[in-house]
Design a protein around this ligand. Sequence first.
Ligand code: SAJ
Length: 420
Amino acid sequence: MKSEFKTVSVVGLGYIGLPTAATLASRGIDVIGVDVNRAAVDTINRGEAHFSEPDLDILMKSTVSVGKLRAVTEPEPADAFLIAVPTPFNKDHSADLSYVEKAARALAGVLKPGNLLILESTSPVGTTEKFCNWIAGERPDLKLPHQYPDNPDINIAYCPERILPGRMVFELVENDRIVGGITPACARQAKRLYEIFVRGTLHLTGAPTAELVKLMENAYRDVNIAFANEMSIFCEKFDLNIWEAISLANKHPRVDILSPGPGVGGHCIAVDPWFLIAGAPKETPLLRTAREVNDSKPHLVYKKVRKQIKRFRKPVVACLGLAYKPDVDDLRESPAMQIVEMLAKKGEARLMVVEPNIDKLPESISKSPHVEGCDLDRALEKADIILLLVRHKQFASVDPRKYLERVFIDTVGLWQRPVQ
Ligand code: SAJ
């Protein structure tokens, strides 16, 4: 059967848009990627990804070389449009929808009857309706589904991404997805598009519910990590081993406590709960507290390290890991970065920073006279304090018994003895 989608445009070629575009192209669709970032567009057109993600490079090379995927800076006509632009938050924690609005207005000019538009960016409840209105403002000639639910010229849906950095290419295909239509017909058409590459189940609902579901998923994780973090703070006070306690509690058949750590980073879990809180501040005290608990963790680690620093005359701290989570090169909103930045600013110790996933330290710390990037062996050899900030696989082989005279601060529980 001939597909109704010959050409698909993916607007926003970042962490979500690029793997999606490459995966669609690998299924034989002509994909036009659109991004305002000229450097990213050039990199993509060379068949390369502009960030690192397992298996993405292979997918890029194979699809760009046969002409199935190409990137441009201005929207072009297509049968369907997937919008995956960023939705950061403003200073007051409300969502900054300016990228979504710009994308809507930019692509409105190339729309034609029969088109399908899907918003994938994580968004507060009600954003898809706003998206429809931005399109309507630009194209009064088109009948949109929120105004003409029975006979619209184009269909619009909201379908949040759910893929985990580090496993994106796999999860893009295997995960179930929530497809929220402005009308049921919109959801059905969006489902047909995802059927091209998704092996997971596609669950149909309305757009506002799909928006809520996405935010709930990440808020759920934030609250659960906050619980683990709060318990770790409690254990600190009573000098108990949180890792042992969690491992024992998790032997209960209905208990599954997550891992405490130096804080919650990345562009999703630490951001998305705010979209719920901003929408109903009085109704979301739990979500706010969870955010506050998780945001307090980097400061608590910093204080703990400083206490140890004070014991040495010329202290050297090995800071292991900068990324926001294990085995990725992404430093966005990373608690490890935050801690190293605070220590560098204070300037009370020499910091030997090890991040095996990046080539160059970011400027915010490399310009400090107290910071030196180095490899793991050298840092371990020189340090008085070994501060483990990220559970990267390269650090698993470190045997703390070999460095008995050092102070170990393990914020992620990698070197804790497993419970028998
Ligand atoms: N973290 C902990 N303890 C844990 C688990 C995670 O401290 O037990 C920390 C991590 O170290 C990291 C942060 O939380 O700093 C977030 O990491 P993550 O692996 O939980 O999630 P993300 O941000 O990489 O991806 C999440 C995923 N959402 C859920 O698992 C509900 C992913 O599926 C989403 O697609 C993604 O957010 C997104 O883009 O929204």
